[in-house]
Design a protein around this ligand. Structure first.
Ligand code: NDP
Ligand code: 2IT
Length: 449
């Protein structure tokens, strides 16, 4: 016990010194490290092999300049990143985020989370993440295309179907993946479908990948509730964001009988007491790339409120944060609890602050942490890679059935691991430990590298 605590304290202290200027990475890594003390007690060989020291250090970081010309003819410069964090169980795998807030610390936090999430899927994928501080909002299709072409001109040197396979994240959807894939194909002079996932269905994409993160989140939530004898039917549900994850979480939650009453974007939130009309949201967001405030033009009973975080002051049974990191702080978590929230499932990566998580656990709220609850997206990306390798495609129903089974297994794995380590119902620890052990065992088997 003492040796485990000492090891974790030393590694955490070193991390604080080295990554003090990367608060999101520090936050993500500290949570995992804290979960590992009982694991090191059981496995002193991990200490001998320096597994914990090694796992928090990315295997490789690539940073590059992206230069492009906007519609007015002005030269623009952005920063591009790819963090290849851990390849112990498979090639680096993880999304690309295009958002003005992107910096190295954010990409490191996302890449770190991806290691354990990918491990939990049960599929052979390592952890990575990338992106840019480019802001696609308000840009023309031509500007987005020129940016993607220049971004891929450099990234193409560092990725490949058996090396590193990017996909989407915030600001990167089907349009961007198409431009990125076209550029990769042209530069490499080869049709390597397995180099990117989230592709269009006509050129190697998988059915149900677009829906997978949101659907998977709701499958996870349903499983977690069922385990306690509760059904989604009739539950008031609040979902933040109105992008890829939020839209398909809404769709599946509605299919399972929940009543989704609120969604948001970075400006504000809508509240529709009759239940959100998803077709209107899809029209505004997927087709027009507009703002969520427009929703109230179509539905007179709905309200629009400026200030998106206000969405977490609504009374709700189920909360699905699907926008961004640290969207729920301690105060908002306490508000959710005071309003009687029953269960929280994280669609976004690290949407709850450490204080928020402490409040959920203290109040015995059912809580599905991101690396377990939102793993359906990357799991289906791995299924896309399998189909690309086979040069074959499964039907929507086949992919969806595999996704459902994967989410069920992730829930079981996290929940059984929590029991095994005497922290029953703490899926934060259960997911961190279960995800870690598979990677640690693989690192151990592969020697000190
Ligand atoms: P999208 O770009 O499709 O949508 C993001 C949504 O969240 C938008 O409504 C956006 O509002 C809002 N949002 C993003 N950043 C902020 C911010 N800083 N402040 C307030 N609102 C914000 O992204 P996704 O739906 O793909 O991703 C959402 C979350 O899910 C992210 O945390 C991502 O890492 C995670 N995730 C995504 C997966 C995927 O497969 N796509 C898989 C697993 C996790 P606005 O448009 O106004 O900016
Ligand atoms: O955070 C995530 O898991 C994603 N953005 C999806 C990554 C992927 O490779 O599909």
């Amino acid at each position: 016990m003492e040796r485990s605590v000492e090891t974790i304290n030393q590694v955490t202290e070193k991390l604080r010194m080295k990554s003090g200027n990367e608060p999101e990475f520090l936050q993500a890594a500290s949570e995992v490290l804290e979960s590992l003390i009982p694991v090191l007690d059981k496995h002193p060989e991990y200490i001998e092999a320096g597994i914990v020291d090694r796992i928090i250090e990315p295997e490789r970081i690539i940073q590059f300049r992206v230069t492009w010309v906007d519609d007015a003819g002005k030269v623009r410069v952005n920063r591009g990143f790819r963090v290849q964090f851990n390849s112990a169980i498979g090639p680096y795998k993880g999304g690309l985020r295009f958002h003005p807030s992107v910096n190295l610390g954010i990409i490191k936090f996302l890449g770190f989370e991806q290691i354990f999430k990918n491990s939990l899927t049960g599929l052979p994928i390592g952890g990575g993440k990338g992106g840019s501080d480019f802001d696609p909002k308000g840009k023309s299709d031509g500007e987005v295309m020129r940016f993607c072409q220049n971004f891929m001109t450099e990234l193409s040197r560092h990725i490949g179907p058996d090396l590193d396979i990017p996909a989407g994240d915030i600001g990167v959807g089907g349009r961007e993946i198409g431009f990125l894939f076209g550029t990769y194909k042209k530069i490499k002079n080869i049709f390597d479908a397995g180099v990117l996932t989230g592709k269009g269905l006509l050129y190697g994409g998988s059915l149900a990948r677009k829906e997978a993160t949101g659907f998977g989140l709701v499958y996870f939530m349903d499983e977690m509730l069922k385990d306690k004898g509760i059904s989604m039917e009739g539950k008031i549900t609040t979902i933040s964001g109105s992008g890829n994850v939020a839209i398909y979480a809404t769709q599946k939650a509605q299919e399972l009988g929940a009543k989704v009453v609120a969604l948001c974007d970075s400006n504000g939130y809508i509240y529709d007491p009759d239940g959100v009309k998803l077709q209107t949201i899809k029209q505004i967001k997927e087709i027009e790339r507009g703002r969520i405030s427009e929703y109230v033009k179509y539905h007179s009973k709905a309200e629009y409120h400026e200030g998106w975080r206000g969405i977490w002051t609504l009374k709700t049974d189920i909360a699905l944060p699907c926008a961004t990191e640290n969207e729920i702080d301690g105060t908002l978590a306490q508000t959710l609890v005071n309003n009687g929230v029953l269960a929280i499932g994280e669609g976004a990566n690290m949407p709850s602050s450490p204080e928020a998580i402490e409040i959920y656990l203290k109040n015995k709220i059912l809580f599905g942490p991101a690396k377990a609850a939102n793993a359906g997206g990357v799991a289906t990306s791995a299924l896309e890679m399998s189909q690309n390798s086979m040069r074959y495609s499964w039907t929507f129903e086949e992919v969806d059935a595999k996704l459902k089974l994967i989410m069920k297994n992730i829930y079981k794995n996290a929940s059984n691991t929590a029991k095994e380590y005497n922290v029953e119902d703490n899926l934060v620890k259960g997911a961190n430990i279960a995800g870690f052990i598979k990677v640690a065992e693989s690192m151990l088997a592969q020697g000190i590298i």
